[in-house]
Design a binder for this molecule. Structure first.
Ligand code: IMP
Ligand code: MG
Length: 181
């Protein structure tokens, strides 16, 4: 079978290789397992970008846990956030009294994670923390704590390992920079 046709802009350099991602996700899993052992936390994956990170992370977590997903959208197909966050899919279980860990692909302006934290906090969980694969701290507009971080990255638009540009490139096993040209 020939590789799928790629639409959208050309790929630039690989920023984080597949092996590097795998090793870091296993380290995050160990750190989270230490902190949440016996707590049966609810890991909430943020649709759609964090799906691939989430499935690798839960398999690196040797503890009892619950999974759920929440959907938001803030990008209208461009590489700049519109700044407006809308809920496209809500949690499927109550989280009152539970330890919630939001699992996000990348924290950019911080608006999405800050919105999600407020939305989850309104349901009276025992705790809410954030695990993000990538952090573009340079772009921050809203302060938000990242409790577990995979990689700090520069201010570039990246795709792969779940992250897309206009719906394309989520399936790449590594993280690449989208060509600026
Ligand atoms: P924020 O609300 O500006 O922090 O944006 C966070 C969301 O924007 C993330 O959940 C991603 O879905 C998306 N995003 C931000 N930067 C990138 C990127 O470089 N590639 C792909 N998606 C991104
Ligand atoms: Mg996202």
């Amino acid at each position: 079978m020939s590789p799928p046709a790629r639409r959208g802009r050309a790929l630039g350099r690989v920023l984080i290789a597949e092996e590097t991602l795998g090793a870091r996700v296993r380290e995050l899993g160990q750190a989270i397992a230490r902190d949440y052992e016996g707590a049966n936390p609810v890991l909430v994956g943020v649709l759609k970008g964090a799906v691939i990170f989430m499935v690798d992370l839960v398999r690196a977590l040797p503890i009892e846990l619950t999974t759920d997903f929440i959907g938001v959208s803030s990008y209208g197909g461009g590489t700049r956030s519109s700044g407006r966050v809308t809920l496209t899919c809500d949690l499927s279980i109550p989280v009152a009294g539970r330890d919630v860990l939001l699992v996000e692909d990348v924290v950019d302006t911080g608006r999405t994670v800050s919105y999600l934290k407020r939305s989850v906090e309104a349901r009276h969980p025992k705790s809410v923390r954030v695990c993000a694969l990538l952090d573009k701290a340079e772009r921050r507009e809203v302060e938000v704590a990242i409790d577990y971080l995979g990689f700090a990255i520069p201010n570039v638009f990246v795709v792969g390992y779940g992250l897309d540009h206009a719906g394309v490139y989520r399936d790449l096993p590594y993280i690449a920079v989208l060509d600026e040209a």
